[in-house]
Design a protein around this ligand. Structure first.
Ligand SMILES: Cc1cc2nc3c(=O)[nH]c(=O)nc-3n(C[C@H](O)[C@H](O)[C@H](O)COP(=O)(O)O)c2cc1C
Length: 380
């Protein structure tokens, strides 16, 4: 991990524009790179009736998309605009574009005033989601991805939050595409909430939950979820209406749930949530997944960058859970609008343990018409 970062301005959105279609004509490596960017950063779904219309492979508070991607190859850098399908920089991208690095720059300014001290955490968690989808799409496209955390002490606008290095995995076992991996980047959803967010009240089959846990616990090559900070995360799941499993608060370890406290655990988490059941029915969710860490202990051993790396790992782990949920037909709504001390009390977290992130999972009650913006023929 680099400990020093020389602030570099982001490349401006004007300059030499290279269309993706022209970049891919350079050959297979360029094709794999552009395919990776499209899958990870593109808009895959447009939901007309959702106040947050645009949807990518990763979630984003209010679909405001709090990171910008910058592609670095050799000494040159390009702003990545996946929606317009262009790279913008001072030169044309080289015909041999790998190895390349994707810098993720935080855009806290896109959040409306009022988020206060939560802004940095939201940007960093989202960057963890984005790094995870970049790693996954790279692997799927036949590249090898590696997440590089950068100097966490730099204020968000002065340095990338995180970088993902990409090398050509052609002929390498590491990047071999798993034939069972049917990842569909547009399938993940935080769920629609036309009259509040609620899960289908019918019980969720226990075997579906077991399969979900197995998928969510897979090894995500190159993602921050596979990095050292992720080992410090602690996962608990409040279970409600799952066949074969009593309601209660469970510890999750190596894909296995262990019942800690039987009872109405989701109701206790509802009481710690900032909105009532009419708006977000936390109590009625089948699974409420709570991610915590002993931040102070980790900072003591790993230094001041530890908090940011824990948030990145939490975002990346949540992306795995959300992808697994999508594969099982469930929504997965990430939330930060909870009262932290009350949530820690609701899960009986030991002193020193901080709640970082929470995910609400259930079967959707509403499905709606949406525009599918993926265009397989267009993929290079
Ligand atoms: C870090 C983070 C925090 C979020 N916090 C909340 C929240 O507190 N409440 C909520 O309803 N949604 C929250 N969301 C979910 C977004 O609103 C959701 O991702 C967005 O509407 C896009 O929908 P999609 O995930 O289905 O693409 C959060 C998402 C992220 C990444």
């Amino acid at each position: 991990m680099p400990t020093h970062w020389t602030p570099q301005p982001r490349p401006p959105g004007t300059g030499t524009r290279a269309a993706f279609a022209d970049v891919v004509s350079a050959g297979p490596a360029a094709r794999r790179l552009i395919r990776t960017l499209l899958a990870a950063l593109g808009t895959h779904r447009w939901e007309p009736w959702n106040p947050n219309h645009a949807h990518r492979a990763h979630p984003s508070p209010r679909s405001l998309f709090l990171t910008d991607a910058v592609l670095r190859i050799g000494g040159h850098r390009w702003a990545v605009d996946v929606d317009r399908r262009v790279l913008t920089g001072v030169a044309c991208p080289p015909s041999e574009p790998l190895p390349a690095t994707v810098e993720l720059w935080g855009r806290p300014d896109r959040l409306p005033a009022g988020y206060g001290s939560l802004v940095d955490a939201l940007v960093t968690i989202e960057a963890g989601h984005v790094a995870a989808v970049l790693a996954r799409s790279a692997t799927t496209a036949g590249l090898i991805a590696r997440t590089i955390t950068v100097d966490a002490v730099a204020p968000l606008p002065d340095a990338p939050v995180v970088e993902v290095a990409l090398t050509d995995g052609f002929g390498s076992d590491i990047a071999a595409v798993d034939p069972d991996d049917e990842w569909c980047p547009g399938a993940r959803s935080s769920g629609l909430s036309p009259r509040g967010l609620a899960a289908d009240p019918r019980p969720l089959p226990g075997n579906l939950v077991d399969e979900l846990l197995r998928m969510a616990g897979g090894t995500p090559t190159g993602s921050p979820a596979a990095g050292p900070a992720a080992k410090w995360l602690r996962h608990r799941v409040a279970v409600h209406a799952v066949t074969g499993r009593p309601d209660g608060l469970y510890d999750l370890h190596h894909d296995r749930l262990t019942l800690r406290t039987p009872g109405a655990a989701t109701e206790r988490l509802q009481a710690a949530f900032r909105f009532g059941r009419q708006e977000v029915d936390v109590a009625g969710m089948n699974l409420v997944w709570v991610v915590t860490a002993d931040v102070a202990a980790r900072v003591r051993t790993a230094g001041p960058s530890a908090y940011r790396n824990l948030l990145l790992a939490a975002g990346a782990s949540a992306q795995q859970i959300a992808d697994a949920a999508a594969a099982k037909g469930l929504f997965c709504r990430p939330v930060r609008s909870f009262d932290e001390p009350d949530t820690e009390a609701a899960i009986a977290a030991p002193p020193g343990e901080d709640v970082l992130y929470m995910l609400l999972l259930g079967r959707p009650r509403v499905l709606d018409f949406c525009y599918d913006l993926t265009c397989p023929e267009e993929l290079p």
